[in-house]
Design a protein around this ligand. Structure first.
Ligand SMILES: Cc1ncc(COP(=O)(O)O)c(C=O)c1O
Length: 415
């Protein structure tokens, strides 16, 4: 470490990167390279899915695209995003309700960075590791909502809005990934309607992260369907081209919110971001073409529901506890008695594979890594089938089965 460095000593990479570095040290190659099994990775297939639309291979760039972008996003993309919600979810939002970011994370970061002091975030105990870093680094005030085997890793909506012990000044902002990362639990229909109604109450809001919007058998799930009065709310919906539109590399995401809140975010862009690459935004416009999205939603659901079902059955068959919901592209699994995910990973590394340890998803884990803290998720892990081709199913299952059998045998023999 450089002792006189001006930048913070407490800005570690997201938890998963520690696993990735440990993997590289053990296996000698980076996760994702040829011969590795990226079960720890949260990216989708970036090639055409069976029955899905082709992915554009180029985008036209004119002299105008070399200008500075607009702080709030390219007018064509804002229009395409607004139309996406209005077409699929029956809303009537305007382009002025949309702000474009360079991916999902920068949008989430900006919302949290500019929260007023009296806003308290509520977040489920098991959520996406990046949230922990985002909340910590933005010095957000947050409280954890229990999420465990007892409540099926699906806390009731009301748990996010409990006001016991709060003063009247405090406003509540649940942060929820829906479908959920890492659990796949998804709020839809009446439950989602109730969630949005609670979020539109006085002193309440929500940051609903819909990165996995298309990964559900309803072929698209968005709280936008139930929002009554966006412009008078503190509802923030986060979306991106990263998962269902299969393009993590173009770095396009967005926040949908009231016009006032969008204006604040675009002011931030004007001094802190400078807008988002025009070629990427134009590419995103093509991705969001209505007919194309309709076809993509069907293909994404066909492929990923099939993978979710067959991996889930195989995991149950090997004695893992499967606690996954019905959305997303992850399985949320518990190892049998006595086994823990850290040790499983050490063993998987030797086979070129890795999983995301449940502890990394623990929002109650003090970021400073208190050595006394025991995470309730030590025996839990997330298996990603996002990047896996259908052809690798048998070999993926065989590796996990073998490693698990060896690990169990070693535990039984005490070695
Ligand atoms: C819950 C969740 N939100 C948002 C994102 C989008 O991230 P980005 O577009 O910054 O890659 C991800 C990606 O892993 C995610 O899992």
């Amino acid at each position: 470490m450089h002792r006189d460095a001006f930048l913070s000593d407490s800005c570690p990479p997201m938890g998963i990167y520690e696993t990735l570095y440990a993997f590289r040290d053990s296996f000698g190659q980076f996760m994702g390279t040829e011969g590795t099994h990226p079960w720890s990775q949260g990216f989708p297939l970036t090639t055409q899915l069976e029955g899905g639309p082709p992915l554009p291979s180029s985008v036209e760039v004119s002299w105008e695209d070399r200008f500075y972008p607009k702080a709030w996003g390219h007018p064509r993309l804002r229009e395409a995003i607004a139309a996406h919600y209005n077409d699929f979810y029956g809303s009537s939002i305007a382009p002025e309700n949309v702000m474009v970011f360079a991916g999902g994370r920068p949008g989430l970061f900006a919302v949290l960075a500019f929260l007023k002091e009296h806003v308290q975030v509520r977040i489920a105990n098991a959520e996406w590791p990046a949230y922990l870093d985002l909340l910590t680094q933005t010095e957000t005030n947050w409280q954890v909502v229990p999420s465990n085997a007892e409540n099926g890793f699906h806390p009731p909506n009301s748990a996010y809005f409990q006001r016991d012990g709060l003063n009247a000044r405090t406003h509540l902002l649940p942060v929820i990934s829906n479908p959920g990362n890492p659990t796949g639990h998804t709020r839809v229909d009446a439950e989602l309607e109730e969630l949005m109604a609670l979020a539109e109450q006085p002193k309440c809001g929500i940051l609903l992260d819909e990165a996995y919007e298309m990964f559900h058998h309803s072929r698209g799930v968005s709280g936008m369907r139930y929002v009554q009065d966006l412009d008078n709310s503190n509802v923030f919906l986060a979306g991106a081209c990263t998962k269902g539109l299969q393009c993590p590399g173009i770095r396009v995401g967005w926040i949908v919110a009231s016009k006032h809140n969008i204006e604040v975010l675009s002011n931030f862009s004007s001094f802190g971001m400078g807008g988002v690459s025009h070629p990427s935004q134009l590419y995103a416009v093509e991705l969001l073409e209505r007919g194309r999205v309709a076809q993509a939603r069907q293909a994404v659901d066909d492929h990923y529901s099939m993978q979710r079902a067959r991996y889930g059955a195989a995991f149950e068959d090997m004695g893992l506890r499967v606690a996954t919901g019905d959305g997303g592209f992850y399985h949320w699994l518990q190892l049998p008695e006595g086994l823990n995910a850290r040790e499983l990973n050490q063993r998987l590394f030797k086979h070129g594979a890795a999983i995301l340890e449940g502890t990394d998803c623990d929002m109650a884990r003090p970021h400073a890594k208190d050595p006394e803290y025991v995470s309730p998720y030590a025996s839990w892990f997330r298996f990603s089938f996002g990047p896996l081709l259908p052809e690798t199913f048998e070999s993926d299952v065989a590796i996990l089965r073998q490693v698990l059998e060896e690990y169990r045998a070693d535990v039984r023999s005490g070695s």
